[in-house]
Write a protein that binds this ligand. Structure first.
Ligand code: ZN
Length: 176
């Protein structure tokens, strides 16, 4: 199955809230999960980054995200994910997104969260996440509510192009 086109910032579908999946076992839902998995893999291969994708990014307003933390982290679909607990403790990071691939946004995310979701067999599961996985899940679940990283910017200067950001990183590692 070929990977799908990823909607880009400016496409109004990205601002829409997605609907819960009623029938997790339906063949359309399995096809959607397959599309998300393959689109994520193809994007990562092309761009060298990418750990997660949300269904609205391929134009499907359903509450499904797919995570693949390389090489040995969490991998798989989360259907109808909900953050059931978030720590008061937050941290800031430069966030990126397939839908705004040349833009970096400084955002603040909860350091730790708990998420309940259904797996692709319809079983209800809970995941506790901190650090990288915590911010990744918050980013992808935001997509299901029509929220993009640009709306989470911590200040009016919280933006950088990817090129600028990579140059700064290289300077940082050359002159610590
Ligand atoms: Zn994104």
């Amino acid at each position: 199955m070929p990977s799908k086109e990823i909607l880009q910032l400016g496409n109004p579908l990205l601002w829409e809230a997605s609907l819960p999946v009623d029938d997790v076992l339906a063949s359309e839902n399995h096809a959607l999960i397959q599309d998300l998995s393959e689109t994520l893999a193809a994007f990562r291969e092309k761009s060298g980054f990418g750990r997660g994708i949300a269904a609205p990014q391929i134009g499907c307003l359903q509450r499904v995200i797919f995570i693949r933390v390389q090489p040995t982290g969490f991998a798989g679909p989360l259907i109808n994910p909900e953050i059931t607990w978030a720590s008061e403790d937050h941290f800031e990071l430069w966030d990126d997104c397939f839908s705004l691939p040349n833009l970096m946004v400084r955002v603040s995310r909860a350091a730790s969260i708990q998420v309940s979701y259904q797996d692709d067999h319809g079983a209800t599961r809970t995941i506790a996440a901190e650090g990288d996985l915590s911010e990744l899940l918050q980013h992808e679940i935001d997509h299901l509510d029509g929220i993009l990283a640009v709306q989470r910017a911590v200040s009016p200067t919280a933006f950088s192009t990817r090129d600028e950001w990579e140059r700064t990183l290289r300077r940082g590692s050359a002159n610590p």
